[in-house]
Ligand binder design. Sequence first.
Ligand code: SAH
Ligand code: SF4
Length: 367
Amino acid sequence: MSEQHQHVTKQQTTSLISSEEVGEKVDLKGLTLDDIVHFIKALGEKSFRGQQIFSWLYRPGISSFAQMSNLSQEFRSKLAEIAVISQLTLQAREESKDGSVKYAFVLSDGALIESVLIPDPDRHTLCVSSQVGCAMGCRFCLTGTIGFKRNLSAAEMVNQIHFVMEELYRQGKGRLNNLVFMGMGEPLANLDNLTSALDILLDPRGLNFSDRKVTVSTCGLVPKMAELGRRTSVNLAISLHAADDETRNRLMPVNATYPLAELLEACRQYPVPKRRRIMMEYVMIKDCNDSKAAARKLVKILHGIPCKINLLPFNECSALPYQCPSRSTIEAFQEILLQADYTVMIRESRGADISAACGQLASQSTP
Ligand code: SAH
Ligand code: SF4
């Protein structure tokens, strides 16, 4: 532990906006371009003013209406009276030995959420949270054990990304390239706020991400998958984790409602854009879902689905009764899938020393 702590830096910051101020005013950060245009027109202003404001919100270093220099002084003061530009308050920032960074943010109601930056030589990925806790109760996931507290607003999702982009910008470390909604929570259980956040993230005047660089992961909320496909064109990841219902029922309560056959049919129906594939995630758990027979079943059930497979070695933690298989077991499992011509990666976990690895995000709310 002491060696790990040498690599940990903690930092406190204060929010520009207190929660009381946010209370009555409209938070422009969570509004899509259409929403802001609507809001501005209701104030009797021309719609292009809405476009101007929207693009200001996501420029580096902008945190107040006073900085929006192409708006009249009078209009800026009026906006400051009725609206706010929210930011997240950083509670702690921890850096792993492997370079990944975990951010804990405290929300206006005292709830805590976490985001994880995974820097690589060629790209920076941010793992984003969509809820405080999670209601899905997967047995192998620490987030699942804290239960569900509440959905995040679109602003709270966008602000995780904006905060980290601003930090990278100030440090001269370039841009965030990749977003994965694989932090705390089940994004498809918060679909309306998620799609508003995605609109802002993908808008060229907003945070300008390519839809190819944004991935939403779900444990398999089948009806919501179809809706996601209708409403966005981002990448889809499925937390599959088992090749038969008996095993999946044991690991994931959601399988009782949407069993494998329905989940796989929803994947077949999913409007996967050309040259893209669904990402199948499979947590490898010792003596549970790691046998060669399970790999062979997986080969069969995924047949015909345009997908690639990510094997996630289980991240052990003392609160959970599971273990990670040996490297040779994982590689033997991978080999069977490779032989069947699937693209299969073993995803090395990052940030385990700071509890930032997959399934380890479990900040508790402040008392
Ligand atoms: N709720 C969504 C988004 C969270 S993604 C979903 O489940 O897809 C987090 C990913 O990490 C999921 O694939 C999840 O199954 C996986 N995960 C959870 N606990 C884990 C653990 N202990 N070790 C490795 N992966 C884990
Ligand atoms: Fe929720 Fe995903 Fe964890 Fe399951 S794996 S409990 S759906 S966050």
